[in-house]
Design a protein around this ligand. Structure first.
Ligand SMILES: [Zn+2]
Length: 105
């Protein structure tokens, strides 16, 4: 049984833990377990206050195209890779990317 608890009560790679905290907080220094002291990595939308697990990312891609008169004859290769235009909250459309030009209709 104690071996099982040892396995559970260990920090996990990639997670953040509160090592010290006030007596009201869960922290290693207060004798709480690693699992209890985990600091959740959650992005909260500043507009709709929802916790986000994903965002919508808009990007633009440029291509050089060969012309014959007014007809495109060759799309060629991508000259510039994706450029971010907007990063939006999927709930309210709040733009995390201040220079974004896309607005939800
Ligand atoms: Zn939002």
């Amino acid at each position: 049984m104690s071996k099982l608890i040892d396995t559970i009560n260990k920090p996990e790679y990639g997670k953040q833990y509160r090592l010290t905290g006030s007596p009201k907080e869960k922290a290693i220094s207060n004798g709480d377990t690693w699992a209890e002291s985990e600091v959740p990595k959650i992005l909260v939308c500043p507009s709709c206050k929802k916790e986000l697990e994903s965002v919508r990312l808009y990007s633009e891609c440029y291509q050089l195209c060969a012309l014959k008169g007014n007809t495109i004859t060759d799309y060629g290769s991508v000259e510039e890779l994706t450029e971010t235009i907007a990063i939006e909250c999927p709930h309210c459309g709040y733009d995390f990317y201040p220079k974004g030009e896309i607005n939800e209709s």
